[in-house]
Write a protein that binds this ligand. Structure first.
Ligand code: NAP
Length: 284
């Protein structure tokens, strides 16, 4: 699996597995664990979760899926903004570690910006890193002004990633946030690469330009959408899939990405124009 280098010098795989909406329905649990395990077997060893997902339920699903193979996994979790003060970060992290049945996270993110001063959260993250409970830390849903503010604070130069909404239908970050992150050497983790759910997916996956490219390669529009993200410099993406066919399709997008020609990469622009001015960061 291709990797990007984090500011710490550690590396992160470019394609991983999301877990939003996992851990909510006990009847779905076995299928969720199996999907994540299939993804690991196929080499998608980055797993993205959060204390928010299923209020801890998703972390428990991940803990079961990675049991016995923790060392091959790049594990990401996120702290709620309301837990992001000095004592809260520590307590939240320890709860997450227990649910995940591990002693460390590879990357711990502030899920979105809340009322706690950023300096306090960064300081709390740095302490956890010094203790080995987290190996890197970063943020999520931070627009450029938030990133610049955070970067200027103590420990701000350790911010390892910004996880944001980015897909063909949401290209606003290409105007300023993505170029800035590239210049700083901070990977962007593109979430909701397929727009999260069936209702929102239609405008993305239904566009004729995606079908054109998919038809050229004998793949699905969803695979083109994921592969297109994988071709963006400095970008990691984390599609969530429970259906085994979707897990396999997403892994195959990794092999599709280098096969996309310049024309394939440009074809979607007609349906999903790149930004022509600054737009505020969109979020889920
Ligand atoms: P997503 O990955 O864009 O889309 C998930 C949906 O797409 C599911 O319904 C899934 O179906 C379907 N799908 C997956 N692979 C497919 C394929 N190859 N073809 C067709 N459909 C496919 O949405 P997301 O879950 O919102 O985003 C991904 C991850 O990003 C999340 O799970 C979470 O880890 C993270 N995230 C972070 C934030 C944040 O604020 N930091 C916000 C949103 C998401 P099945 O599950 O039925 O297979």
């Amino acid at each position: 699996m291709k990797q990007l280098t984090l500011p710490s010098g550690r590396t992160i795989p470019v394609l991983g597995q999301g877990t939003w909406y996992m851990g909510e329905d006990p009847g779905a649990r076995a299928g969720e664990v199996a999907a994540l395990r299939l993804g690991l077997e196929l080499g998608m060893t980055l797993v993205d979760t959060a204390e928010m997902y299923g209020e801890g339920g998703a972390e428990e699903v991940v803990g079961e899926a990675i049991a016995g193979r923790r060392d091959e996994v790049f594990l990401v979790s996120k702290v709620y903004p309301h837990n992001a003060d000095r004592a809260g970060v520590r307590a939240a992290c320890e709860r997450s570690l227990r649910r995940l049945k591990t002693d460390r996270l590879d990357l711990y993110l502030l899920h979105w910006r809340g009322g706690v001063p950023l300096a306090e959260t960064l300081d709390a993250f740095a302490r956890l890193r010094d203790e080995g409970k987290i190996l890197d830390f970063g943020v999520s849903n931070f627009d450029l002004d938030d990133m610049q503010e955070a970067a200027a604070l103590p420990h701000g130069d350790s911010i390892a990633a910004d996880q944001v909404l980015y897909n063909l239908a949401r290209r606003g970050i290409e105007w300023d946030l993505l170029p800035w992150c590239r210049q700083q050497g901070i990977p962007v983790m593109a979430y909701s690469p397929l727009e999260s759910n069936a209702a929102d997916q239609a405008p993305l996956l239904g566009r004729p330009q995606l079908h054109t490219v998919a038809g050229r390669h004998g793949v699905t529009p969803a695979q083109v959408a994921v592969a297109w993200l994988l071709r963006q410099d400095g970008v990691v993406t984390i599609p969530k899939a429970v259906q085994p066919a979707h897990v396999r399709a997403n892994r195959a997008a990794l092999d599709l990405a280098p096969r996309l020609t310049e024309d394939d990469m440009a074809t979607p622009d007609a349906g999903f124009p790149p930004p022509k001015r600054r737009r505020p960061l969109e979020m889920r």
